[in-house]
Design a binder for this molecule. Sequence first.
Ligand SMILES: C[S@@+](CC[C@H](N)C(=O)[O-])C[C@H]1O[C@@H](n2cnc3c(N)ncnc32)[C@H](O)[C@@H]1O
Length: 386
Amino acid sequence: MDIKERRNILVTCGPVLEDYLSAELGGLGFEIVSSHRGGIITRGSFIDCMKLNLYLRTAYNVLYLLKEFRCGSSETLYKQVGHLPWENIISPQEYLCVLSRVDTYSINNSMYPSLKVKDAIVDRIYKKAGSRPDSGPDRNKVVVNLFWKNDRAWIYLNTSGLKLSDRNYRKMPHKAPLRETLAAGIIIATGYDGSQDIVLPMCGSGTLAIESALIAMNKPPTGLRSNFGFRHTKVFDEQIWRQMRNEARKAVRKGPLERRIIATDIDGKAVTAARQNAKTAGVEHLIEFKECDFSDTEVPKGEGILIVNPEYGLRLGEPEKLAKEYKRIGDFFKQSCSGYTVYIFTGNREFAGKVGLRTSARMIFFNGKIECRLLKYEMYEGTKRS
Ligand SMILES: C[S@@+](CC[C@H](N)C(=O)[O-])C[C@H]1O[C@@H](n2cnc3c(N)ncnc32)[C@H](O)[C@@H]1O
């Protein structure tokens, strides 16, 4: 396989993060070929895939297209997949996982096609090399993805392996942590780029604060990760990767930051976890942590961004108490956040109404299966109750 050959690349993401992912791809100089639910197609080489794995903040997986073909049966699937030169891509000593998404009239479960693809790959390698890779469900080595829709099939090499939301910094989880890719999407949606103060009361395990600090420093989100799918392929070039990481390191803004990042939580254990996670991510020195009620959080004078992610009452918390908390959040915005653009990220619309302020925008996100809103409020001097 020629690692410089330009092919289609499917970058997958969580639901409704496509626009943020598109913007990120555009910012890195990649064209948008098409946008789909849960993914964007761009073009580039295997080397470009390595770059995308390093830099993208909202992506799950970066998939490099190996083959697209007409496919009406599992026999055709086996034959077509077996024509690819797998012996040049996967060593017999490696471990392989095949993931499938199938939506075709003849087959309605994805287990069987996965098995067919796996068989085609290992049989081909066995024929050429005399031994074959092990296979199974673990996604931390070589991963191949099959998409089969009606009479068309696509085979991709998954250059990420494990999802890119696994950044490796959240060693200490706390209650209801946001997925890192979702937290990055929320921060990007607010327009934060490090040139504003950002205040994060109810910080929990610190995901929003850490993602903000990574953005402010221009630090690659997956800088801590050493395991990517592409590293397990035969075509991986260590030298190119090292050079790429060095370039990324050189582009990191040197501290101290011009503006402040403040993260607070009423629960001391959350603050300890957030501080430890920030330390692991290498950004602890950029974030001011404090244990306090959200209403006692320092909001620096002037303009800035503030985001709260309170409990929704769906999984945690008691409804009546939470309704009062949302009202208190509204009071805090009015009393302490003048000049700020403030946001609530919540999965509970009923409580959101208790804030008692007029939203200037509502952006939809999904936290797992829960539909959530990022509600935006402009706190001009003298903002009135709606
Ligand atoms: C949904 S969690 C935040 C999760 C966080 N975004 C993360 O990714 O880890 C809500 C947080 O609000 C905190 N909290 C609840 N009531 C609070 C209050 N009155 N003042 C400050 N923090 C509070 C909880 O301790 C919890 O850590």
